[in-house]
Write a protein that binds this ligand. Sequence first.
Ligand SMILES: [Fe+2]
Ligand SMILES: [Fe+2]
Length: 239
Amino acid sequence: MPKRALRIAATADLHYGKHSRGTLHEAFAEISSSADLLLLCGDLTDYGLPDEAEALVADIRAAVRIPMLAVLGNHDFESGQPELVSKVLEDAGVNVLNGEAIEIAGVGFAGISGFGGGFGRRMLNAWGEPLIKQFVQESISHAVRLEQALAKLQTERRIVVLHYSPIRATLQGEDPEIFAFLGSSRLEEPINRFRASAVFHGHAHNGILDGATSTGIPVYNVSAPALHKTGKPYRIVEL
Ligand SMILES: [Fe+2]
Ligand SMILES: [Fe+2]
């Protein structure tokens, strides 16, 4: 059976505040009429408040009629209520992936926020103080859960949805001092091993839009501030 291309709209770092309602109404309407699916790659709220998520879902409800998948970003954790933020999104029909896998239109999606830790040979290792070990453990745990989600997918096409970046390339333009807080190579391992079709991430507001893993899997930074130069706060990729 011939594969039909799936038009995937993706965005991230919307940072909705309580008074942001209306900001993306138009963009959401465009997305809904020109894509088959919408990915929201984290930092959907500014302070992780359910009221902020409500402002966002008001715009989503008014305009989006296609399936939606999301992962949370670090900002969505800020107020210690990620479950409530997720619930507001879920109630509006957004599937929030936290280490889960889901199949839509024959394409598999594995999603998780991810975490920092750095890249390549300079990646932080679990060595020394307990707090450093805990930080690295969190990074490893996200990679393991991503791997488990990917392992569940039987589909030919598998898309990875993250907030943090699995590669260094899309972070070019950010201050090198913060690279280690923007992502981790640990996330890249399962992506390569399971031969994912593509990766979408946010978090890198000042990064560049396109990169690839060491095995050539395309990586798209869909952070809305980074997409600003394209004239749209979202990107549509056909896969
Ligand atoms: Fe952000
Ligand atoms: Fe972020």
